[in-house]
Ligand binder design. Structure first.
Ligand code: NAP
Length: 280
């Protein structure tokens, strides 16, 4: 019987996940379908019960349900628990188990393009929102040695550091301090929403002090190349956008459901096609 997978969120029409996963099922000749379900906040509990009743094999969770779904699941994996958000649910022997593949997806996508061991480098994380939390906790859990956090609101960065259950050396910086100290870092991870379409000229910090050997990972994928990435490249640094994180988080979710890691580059191509751009 055809297996059913999906994503729940509100809004959900913009999601690229159905195209990414249905292409993977097709290319692997698997008899399965992935569907986008628009679920309002008030209907979340009923939706989770309904999905169990119809026997869905697994699903993704996106805004605004990533945290609210946690108490409705039978089990939440410790990393997702620490992050405080679930983006992937697996049906295992009749039980729904929640995971978070955002941080692991980011790391896997970075490792494809970064020449060296990410975890022993000096890392600057810009931003302290939901995606910064997933990346900071995942990198710390995997053994990162040093991650400083720069954010507009220092209290949020403090909160991130305070609640991190994994050991990692971290200093907290204002955005101005981060710009001042920029030459100290090997990898800069940009997770703020600054530079996202339509404000494509905006940058979170000046790159005047960027080391030319540094690697800049911006998790924004629309535009395909942010002003921050362009400036980093102009200064001789390497950069990547958020399409790698998006494709790898999807590929890792697919692997949790099926035991098969699909080709992340196929998912990335679908993202570029949807965005109407070429890979940079
Ligand atoms: P979020 O939780 O709302 O966090 C937003 C972050 O941006 C906070 O650190 C916030 O600082 C900062 N910020 C926003 N406006 C600012 C401004 N005008 N000046 C200075 N700082 C500002 O958002 P999120 O969910 O983490 O998403 C952030 C970005 O990541 C979005 O562009 C999103 O599209 C992208 N994203 C990409 C992927 C992927 O797979 N590639 C996945 C998730 C998200 P304060 O703490 O001071 O408010």
């Amino acid at each position: 019987m055809k297996k059913l997978y999906g994503v729940i969120g509100d809004p959900i029409g913009h999601s690229m996940s159905p195209d990414m996963h249905n292409d993977a099922f097709q290319s692997l000749s698997m008899d399965a379908h992935y569907h986008a379900f628009q679920i309002e906040k008030k209907d979340l509990e009923a939706a989770v019960l309904g999905m169990k009743a119809i026997g869905i094999s697994g699903f993704n969770v996106t805004v605004p349900h990533k945290t609210a779904i946690m108490p409705l699941l039978d089990e939440v994996d410790p990393l997702a628990q620490a992050i405080g958000a679930v983006n992937t649910v697996v049906l295992d022997n009749g039980r729904f188990i929640g995971y978070n593949t955002d941080g692991e997806g980011f790391l896997a996508g970075l490792e494809v393009e970064y020449d060296g061991n990410v975890l022993d480098k000096r890392i600057l994380l810009l931003g302290a929102g939901g995606s910064a939390r997933a990346i900071y906790y995942t990198l710390s859990q995997k053994g990162a040695m040093h991650i400083d956090i720069g954010n507009r609101t220092l209290e949020k960065a403090e909160e991130l550091k305070k609640r991190c259950p994994y050991p990692v050396k971290t200093s907290l910086l204002t955005l101005d301090e981060a710009a001042e100290k920029l030459a100290d870092y090997d990898i800069i991870i940009q997770t703020t929403s600054i530079g996202m379409s339509p404000n494509v000229e905006a940058m979170p910090i000046s790159l005047d002090n960027l080391h030319p050997d540094a690697f800049v990972a911006d998790i924004i994928y629309n535009p395909i190349e942010t002003a921050f990435m362009k400036e980093a490249k102009a200064r001789g640094a390497k950069s990547q956008n958020g399409a790698k994180m998006l494709s790898f988080q999807g590929a890792l979710a697919f692997e949790k459901w099926t035991g098969i890691l699909p080709e992340p580059s196929r998912m990335e191509t679908i993202i570029y096609n949807k965005l109407g751009g070429i890979k940079c």
